[in-house]
Design a protein around this ligand. Sequence first.
Ligand code: NAP
Ligand code: MG
Length: 500
Amino acid sequence: MQTQEQKKKNQEVSTGEQSLGADFDYAPSIESTDIVKINPKNKLFIGGKFVDSAEKKYFKTENPATGETLAELTEATAKDVDSAVKAARKAFGPWSKLSGQERGRYLYRIARLIQERSRELAVLETLDNGKPIRESRDIDIPLVAAHFFYYAGWADKLQYAVPGAKSAPKPLGVVGQIIPWNFPLLMAAWKIAPALACGNTVVLKPAETTSLSCLLLAEIIQEAGLPEGVVNIVTGAGETGAAIVNHPDINKVAFTGSTDVGKIIARSVANTDKKLTLELGGKSAHIIYEDAAIDQAVEGVINGIFFNQGHVCCAGSRLLLEESIAETVVEKLKARMEKIRVGNPLDKNTDVGAINSAAEHVKIKKLIETGKTEGGEYFEPSSVNLPAKGYYHKPCFFNRVSSAFTLSRVEVFGPVLAISTFRTTQEAISKANDTQYGLAAGIWSEKGSKIHKTAAALKAGVIWANTYNKFDPTSPFGGFNESGYGREGGRHGLFPYLDI
Ligand code: NAP
Ligand code: MG
């Protein structure tokens, strides 16, 4: 339980300021980390308690902004996963028999505790992930709470969620959920909230590099008095995820991550009766027509590709410009990129924080080298300086790329944009659809009819018009083709967790 003092601190706005050094020509304002207490060695959350693994194997998680170790985490073995599944199975009967109203009450309680401890959660997320504090504080954590509030409201209305249902559909049972590192707590909320609202119990594995906020969520779940075993959180590597997928007593697997791992999981469950949803990668097109509000569109492009360091599955990573405005947009984009502040994620002025891990940093740099070899025109802002320690990359783009270029086809998952041009609406549509993915797209035009015509022809799960990267719990999210199948969010986000 939090003390009154901790609660007060959680609600206060930090005023602590430190000097960031010569790299920055503005007054830095650094969020204090005093509010967060990180356990040096972390346990697994099974059956409502924090427990040791029988094997006692640990791995480290670091702060990518500095490269310093934050804590050690337990690497859960197949045996630990089995304990977690057993705890979830035991909890399933009583939990699924609770009235929807009672289940909703627990979810509301979790949502409120997330709001109360939002500052602590935001700072921890930024420390472990590297994302700017402004984003974790103003976007991620409020959305996490919003997802719990939203699905709390559905818990006693399930019969109205499914067209034609005469009574509330039944839950599936024990669900295994595996999430990536780019929005750790938000992905956990997208998975846990609808599963619980429908009456399922959960075994969730966060990503190796970003497990700390999920363990704090476990603490919140304990504080909310959720019955033991309804949510179990096991930390670990890929093998831990595989142990969940392959456990015979799992009824459903929900996975968000790379297309490669998604394919492995699809093969593993192929000859079982497990249900599966996959939220995978993307290479989303961002189209700007000549009649668009150009300055707003440039802001949209910046947000579309540089939000969260570009570690966004639906990032607008392919910019398609109508030929007549291409030069103007590129020049405006360059000028705007010179003003992006890359650096300490805890600085409230930072726009682009740290790349999540050394491995991702290497992968991004390699893809940029490939882009340079293939001959795109590379640009990175000269006035942006990077901190000496930690993993950082300048926001950048390649202009005049053809659709054969690696950067037009492969998901970089970093702050790298690929730009090309089109002459007609038809060409914009066919270029946008020329991808193995189908997660998202963006359209900029002042003409409603053009937006509707384009949107109707695009093969993408989410299409934004005159904005980009806006999320809301009421809106379903998911992809086509190699971006996966199933929807999360909104009423549709309930279906994968119900027997219908
Ligand atoms: P990843 O390497 O596929 O990992 C995702 C999760 O799967 C991690 O928890 C990972 O554990 C685990 N895992 C690894 N191998 C596994 C296996 N064989 N069986 C079961 N689980 C396994 O992806 P990532 O690098 O974390 O995330 C980036 C990717 O996620 C990008 O491609 C991005 O587009 C996608 N993404 C999609 C969405 C969406 O909604 N469509 C949202 C966010 C991200 P470890 O951490 O230990 O490797
Ligand atoms: Mg980390």
